[in-house]
Ligand binder design. Structure first.
Ligand code: FAD
Length: 476
């Protein structure tokens, strides 16, 4: 970049522009996972859509590749890059609820907690993830798995429209009626197509009170717990979410002192239906075992959605993997129990989520999100504090991932992978036919692959493209 380039960008942005010589650059370049240490040429903290347009145009003039940062939670580090521009939306966290239409407009840098705070004022919620500090943008564009999956599907299944700035700086709207191919691609195709400045979601009446908590069992009983969860899940109410979580009991108020630090398999239970039915709905879960301790109790939805935050603070070292497995049979349960008894650090967890009902009832071709099969999502979250443990922890996760693959569906959930996930495995998520369709949308909206810090979809070549940009008016 020429010496005066940053000043030129500063002149066009209301937000902040930080280069390597600026105080604040080191904070601005940091992302959630401390394993990721990238040095962008510039971080543009945008204050609105116009800032995004100017930042994108600047990137094109300077020939800089673009990384887009929403909430910064990508464990693969996709929200930053070396030597390019980071278009950082962390100042764009506005949420506007229309309680009559039950729709919610969310800016591209909003966190899940921002969304819950505003929607809950109206007794509404969007199905999102399970921690309050994750960005809505990255989560939605690659799917969005949380406690309402059974009842309301993935986050992207609840998307109604998205406003996006293209890599040429054009503002477009994608919805079922406007640029339908782009709308299809944004629901599972990741951050490949442009910078999404706002999302419009369908919301559902939920809360404000829910029943939630942990039912803790000794890890020695993991096989029984997983069998119980499998059988219970087959007929459980749609408003109930129950996952198994292998972890060490944290030093937290809800954990009796004698169990703190103990390896456990927990049932993480959340019931978000009518409160008068709640205790009866969770009764079989509470009676099983009995648990070592039971922290179930009524809580506001916003508290439930942030109760896991203290266990995964920003700045730890992370390496993750995941795999969809078709069923919890003897082979799968034995393998998961063995992994769960051998966690490589006290902060590591393995989450076993049922993936079914509403999420699998969406027709497979309705969105770019490719996995619509009844299954279990096994998510290995390895985190540690000391760099000296990095090699050992990564090796453990790689081995765990290889084991999961032996009985998995060959599909991973792309929001939960690490930076070196094999390209073949990423491609396999979308399958060749879907990938060809995504590549055409990519060719239309980002033919030069300027947005390549993501699970990248190379643009189609040849006749390429889907032709919807030429035929439609730009959004007003
Ligand atoms: C602690 C923790 C908890 C999590 N819990 C869940 C969970 O419960 N459920 C779940 O499904 N996932 C969960 N995830 C995974 C999460 O969905 C991904 O990490 C996701 O990428 C986070 O989005 P972000 O905006 O915070 O990420 P960022 O790092 O900011 O962005 C990641 C990528 O998303 C794209 N992107 C981001 N913003 C935009 C935008 N505005 N326009 C275009 N592209 C954009 C870009 O490609 C970017 O590189 C969790 C992650 C963490 C770290």
């Amino acid at each position: 970049m020429k010496a005066d380039a940053l000043d030129r960008l500063r002149g066009t942005l209301l937000g902040e522009v930080l280069g390597p010589r600026d105080a604040g650059y080191d904070t601005a370049r940091r992302v959630y996972n401390a394993m990721i240490d990238k040095r962008p040429a510039v971080v543009a903290k945008c204050l609105g859509t116009a800032d995004v347009v100017h930042a994108v145009r600047f990137a094109r003039e300077e020939g800089l590749p673009i990384a887009v940062r929403g909430g910064g939670h990508s464990v693969a580090g996709h929200g930053t890059c070396d030597d390019g521009i980071v278009i950082d939306l962390s100042l764009m966290r506005g949420v506007h609820v229309d309680p009559v239409r039950r729709t919610v407009r969310v800016q591209g840098g909003a966190l899940l907690g921002d969304v819950d705070r505003e929607t809950q004022l109206h007794g509404l919620a969007i199905p999102t993830g399970q921690m309050s500090e994750t960005g809505i943008a990255g989560l939605t564009l690659n799917g969005g798995v949380g406690m309402m999956l059974h009842k309301h599907g993935l986050t992207c299944d609840n998307l109604l429209s998205a406003d996006m700035v293209t890599v040429d700086g054009e503002l477009v709207t994608a919805s079922a009626d406007s640029r339908p191919e782009l709308f299809w691609a944004l629901r599972g195709g990741g951050g490949n197509f442009g910078v999404v400045t706002s999302f419009e979601f369908r919301a559902h009446p939920v809360g404000p009170m829910m029943l939630a908590g942990f039912l803790a069992h000794p890890v020695e009983r993991a096989e029984e717990v997983l069998e119980f969860l499998r059988d219970f899940n087959a007929t459980s109410p749609a408003h109930l979410s129950a996952d198994a979580v292998f972890t060490h009991a944290p030093e937290a108020d809800f954990v009796p002192a004698e169990f703190q630090g103990m390896p456990l398999v927990n049932l993480l239970v959340r019931y978000f239906g009518p409160m008068e039915e709640a205790w009866e709905a969770v009764r079989p879960l509470r009676e099983f075992g009995p648990p070592l301790y039971d922290s179930m109790g009524p809580m506001p939805l916003v508290a439930v959605q942030s109760m896991l935050d203290p266990f995964t603070p920003a700045g730890n070292l992370h390496y993750w993997t995941s795999e969809f497995v078709p069923c919890l049979g003897v082979e799968q349960i034995d393998a998961l129990a063995a992994l769960g008894r051998d966690l490589p650090s006290s902060l590591t967890s393995i989450n076993v989520h049922p993936f079914d009902t509403a999420a699998t009832e969406v027709p497979p071709d309705a969105t770019a999100f490719a996995h619509r099969q009844d299954s279990w999502l096994i998510h290995v979250i390895c985190q540690w504090l000391d760099e000296a443990d990095s090699e050992r922890c990564r090796a453990w996760v790689k081995e765990a991932g290889a084991l999961l693959k032996t009985f998995g569906l060959g599909n991973t959930y792309l929001n939960t992978t690490s930076e070196d996930e094999e390209t073949d495995r990423v491609r396999a998520f979308w399958d060749e036919r879907r990938l060809a369709r995504l590549a055409k949308v990519k060719a239309e909206y980002d033919p030069d692959n300027v947005l390549r810090f993501n699970h990248n979809i190379p643009p189609a070549t040849g006749e390429s493209a889907v032709g919807e940009r030429a035929t439609e008016e730009p959004a007003s």
